[in-house]
Write a protein that binds this ligand. Sequence first.
Ligand code: 3H9
Length: 687
Amino acid sequence: MTAINEVVDLSKEGDIAVVTVNSPPVNALSANVRDGLTEAFKQAIGDASAKAIVLICDGRTFIAGADISEFGKPPRGAPLGEVLSAIENAPKPVIAAIHGTALGGGLETALVAHYRVAVPSAKLGLPEVKIGLLPGAGGTQRLPRIVGVEKALEMITGGDPIGAKEAAATGLVDEVVEEGKLREQAIAFAKKVVGEGRPLKKVRDLPCSASPELFDKFFKANAKAFRGRMAPVNCAKAVQAATELPFDEGMKRERELFTELVTGDQSRALRYVFFAEREAAKIPDVPADTPVRDVKKVGVIGAGTMGGGISMNFLNAGIPVTMVEVQQEALDRGVGVIRKNYENSAKRGKLTAEQVEQRMGLLTPSLNLEDLADCDLVIEAVFELMDIKKELFGKLDKIVKQGAILASNTSYLNVDEMAACTSRPQDFIGLHFFSPANVMKLLEIVRGEKTGKDIIATCMGLAKKIGKVAVLVGVCHGFVGNRMLFQRTREANKLVDEGAMPWQVDKVLYDFGLPMGPFAMGDLAGLDIGWKAETSKSSTIRECLCEAGRRGQKTGAGYYDYDENRNASPSPVTEKIINDLRAKKGITPRAISDEEIFERTIYPMINEGAKILEEGKAIRASDIDIVWLNGYGWPAYRGGPMFYANLVGLKTVADKMNEFQAKYGDDFAVSPLLQRLADEGKTFADL
Ligand code: 3H9
């Protein structure tokens, strides 16, 4: 075996040359790997005794793509296009041997090989769209030639990989080989190709055509899904080019469309998100090797929307749950909702009837707190009233076995106060799920003053197991997400008091890329959350709406009017309620610009994020962004509020906040950290 460089080596098995990439963790196509491949293929091609070349990877995966950290930096090493041309033009068969994930540039490398073999567990895909790019090394030109235009469109604009079996059915993989025997069977396959004198199959030589209507239809059908996003549009345009242009011209078009993306803010934001998500899992004072506790059985208190949703997460992961309620009726209702959710998934083909029963079989409903005694983790999801929670944890402390984790799902209350009601504050933690808890990705893990490091490590690991994106936050009112949301809600309401209409405010935020604005969100959640008829004083628009029976979508009317399909339209009734209330309060409405709406709702959030950092309630600015992306629908292609602030410039944000403070008061007082960074010309990334 010859080491070509630190990450690529070349060996011979009889008359087959084997090029091996070994660049942990995922064999990304870094400059080193590209240089190594260039030299290895040069030698293997030059070796007259080598009749074919197998390209294989060591470690957990085949090449998982270009090295994302290299984008935006000065180019180094052999250009990928040249490496791939050399492979494709090799005068002897090249066989890519795939295990793990052949993604992005990795699959593009496999696509220039003349044959591909894969183990059954391998996954193949072009996920570039998820980081705001398109497959820029020929993927958009080659994949449609081999799997067909429609399948390629789906894979390239959606970014999800397919399994080896499906890949074999589409022709993307020539042979599925045995798990664990990739190297020997790839070599055997290479020998067969040589022995049978099979041709050098180049994907680029295959025909590619589609009717132009196919693309019109595709763009129309996906208009909503692609809203505001450049990458899927450019991906589809590049595939269209494959059907309209000769291969080399198609490649040029792919390059133009790629360059447009890679130099733009959307891809920059999405690449930032890729690393930010992985960074959030790292807690500086809780090393990766911190011992964790076994969580084999979970208790959930409360069978309402939250308790039920939380329970489903664990049932989905195969972890038994005991769900406790106070009354039989509420318990039955909660169990019924869980079953119905699963049955709906089954109807959509996402679960089998057997899986529904399996999951329901893991659920033990109970009216008795004592039944939680042997749980490893108990999460309360009862009313947001501190006294109720304190009393509950006092009781649980006496019931639940020692060594178990006690957790509250509170969305804003002080976790330390609850922990203090137990004899084991080191085992206490906040686990703030977002509604609907079985769907939303975010989990804010709230670290109390005394929470043990092993508890943090256990919960971070558990979050991953149940498919959540976890962010560690500190104790403060509303933690990270809701604390920032309060700022936006306050300003949105003030803007409507002053002269805007709810739909104007919502539209500004929707157009920015959020799934909905604050008023549409209020209608969805129900305007009567926390509202009581007996104490309602017609003093806010929300109170007036509730008093008028307009409680949101569920009553067919809230801020908006709703038709039978829950389509919203601006409401003349709401407009009158707003105008009457303004008149009662002596407010003369003024015209408010979209720009002011945007800055007044978003900048105070950024400012609050700065305060959160200042107080150490979030570890890093990017963690705050991960909260907003996964819990509140902030569009990923905008990177999160803190990333967005860096992009517009912290000075711009701070100056505007100062201007607002002079006009509208101390709600806009700038955080010292934001002001300092702005003055120093820095960004949150410099912290
Ligand atoms: C591309 O290919 C463009 C081309 O068309 C060419 C155009 C010219 N680069 O996710 P994990 C790191 S674009 C650099 O925790 P898993 C990651 O940051 C690329 N680093 O593991 C992490 O580092 P750390 C298209 C990368 O087992 C570590 O590896 N490809 C890359 O849960 C482990 O990652 C993609 O978009 C990379 N490409 O999942 C695939 N990939 O330990 C992106 C990973 O320091 N990658 N790292 O935090 C993935 O989807 C997952 O990482 C994968 C493994 C499924 C491979």
